[in-house]
Design a protein around this ligand. Structure first.
Ligand SMILES: [Zn+2]
Length: 437
């Protein structure tokens, strides 16, 4: 495929450039709707309004719109939090039917954004997207309401120029990416599929084709309460046991595991950092003059796509961590009678697609024609592309700039980059789905 653009492609690009203000206006409309990622019990916010706004824009192009609230997650699903309900948090799939004979394309984005704290540090209202010196500022402008708006305007520009695609375009926006990926998983379970797809995360025109997954253990150590200022007999004679001190060999086990993973060949990946285990929360003790009777340590574990087992889970990683941490305390007879308790929360499963997947090569080539030459890369965190890939749609992230400001005060995206991404998305759709007329 040549980087040269056709006359028709250039007409679409010109149409996108005419819509620069319209694009910024749509970003502002999305940013104004508060869709801050939820804590488990938070009420819904602007999700219905935002998905409804997108559904209306897509319906106006003739898309078949499906806006639905998934069933609550219930209990015991290892991949999603327990009892997550989607009342007031609909997922959207809007399908633009092609003329036939072309490949289908998934265009995805997540509508949730992280919170705006510390809000008083922002230079302007985080819910009022503001342009200053060529950049748009606001919560979610790059992660990832800017990308979503660009996908919508790309499809509108194609329509305005009269381009009919052969393959279907499947536009899908979901909730709950920042917390658990439950929205994307629900979309896959709902049947959202295409021949290939992209998530419009702010990758600065790189193609993130691989990511790491996450499992999260909480390791609890038991102690025995007693007066902290009174001499204690040995524990085998009923003396107090300090659970905070008992967590020390667990922490050493964690460090040993991390160093081991950094050295091991099976933790090497050309695009990703090795698996890691990082203590992130600790809590123990009840009173300033009492031996703590318990201590709990939570770790964030990232793992590579190569460590996913045949069932599509991170159970192998969990088993290794459990056996290593139990071994780390085995020398202490206290643990024979009071074993470590290890509980695991959601398994956020990683995925990867080949760096030379035809849609990846195509998108990078198109971006290059705008002077936005990106490269094949990986994301050391996680993105919804992994769920779609595991669900049968090879998917990667590809979008405008600004990831350095994601989740931060004064989150921003460069307007020129956003417009170029919008144009690149339109041309990518033309080349992938093929043009009927
Ligand atoms: Zn994101």
């Amino acid at each position: 495929m040549s980087a040269e653009r056709t006359v028709l492609e250039d007409q679409v690009v010109a149409e996108v450039r005419e819509r620069r203000d319209e694009l910024c206006d749509l970003v502002a409309q999305l940013v104004a709707l508060d869709t801050t990622a939820r804590q488990p019990d938070d009420p819904p916010r602007g999700e219905v309004a935002l998905q409804g706004l997108l559904a209306d824009r897509l319906a106006a192009l003739g898309a078949a719109v499906d806006l639905w609230e998934p069933e609550p997650t219930g209990k015991g699903n290892r991949f999603v939090p327990d009892d997550l309900d989607f009342a007031g948090r609909p997922q959207l799939v809007a399908t633009l039917a092609g003329a036939g004979g072309g490949r289908s394309l998934l265009l995805n984005g997540h509508i949730d954004a992280v919170d705006v704290e510390p809000r008083d540090k922002w230079s302007s209202d985080p819910f009022a997207a503001t342009e200053r010196e060529g950049r748009l500022y606001g919560r979610g402008v790059n992660d990832m309401k800017g990308g979503i708006a660009a996908l919508v305007v790309a499809l509108e520009a194609l329509r305005a120029v009269g381009v009919a695609l052969r393959g279907n375009v499947v536009f899908c926006t979901v909730t709950d990416e920042e917390s658990s990926g439950a929205g994307g998983r629900a979309a896959v379970a709902h049947g959202v599929r295409a021949d290939a797809g992209l998530c419009a995360e702010a990758t600065d025109f790189d193609a993130w084709v691989a990511c790491r997954g996450t499992v999260t253990p909480t390791i609890s150590v038991e102690g025995r309460a007693g007066h902290a200022e009174m001499p204690q007999p040995h524990w085998s004679d009923g003396g107090a046991v300090n659970a905070i001190e008992k967590i020390v060999p667990v922490l050493e086990g964690v460090r040993g595991l991390r160093e081991d993973w950094r050295r091991r060949a099976d933790h090497r990946h050309p695009l990703l950092a090795p698996g890691d285990i990082v203590p992130v929360l600790i809590g123990g003790g009840t009173w300033i003059v009492t031996y703590p009777h318990s201590c709990a340590l939570t770790c964030d574990i990232t793992y590579l796509p190569g460590h996913v087992d045949a069932e599509g889970t991170g159970r192998r990683v969990e088993a290794e961590v459990e056996s290593r941490l139990r071994a780390a305390v085995a020398a202490d007879p206290w643990f024979a009678e009071h074993p470590l308790r290890i509980e695991w929360s959601d398994d956020v499963v990683p995925a990867e697609i080949p760096g030379d997947h035809p849609l990846v090569s195509l998108a990078l080539d198109v971006a290059g024609s705008f002077g936005r030459a990106g490269r094949v890369a990986g994301l050391d965190s996680w993105h919804d592309a992994a769920s779609f890939t595991r669900g049968g749609t090879p998917c990667f992230s590809f979008g405008p700039d600004g990831i350095g400001s994601a989740h931060a005060v004064d989150e921003c995206v460069t307007v020129d980059a956003l417009v170029d991404f919008c144009a690149a998305a339109a041309v990518t759709a033309m080349r992938w789905c093929a043009v009927a007329s």
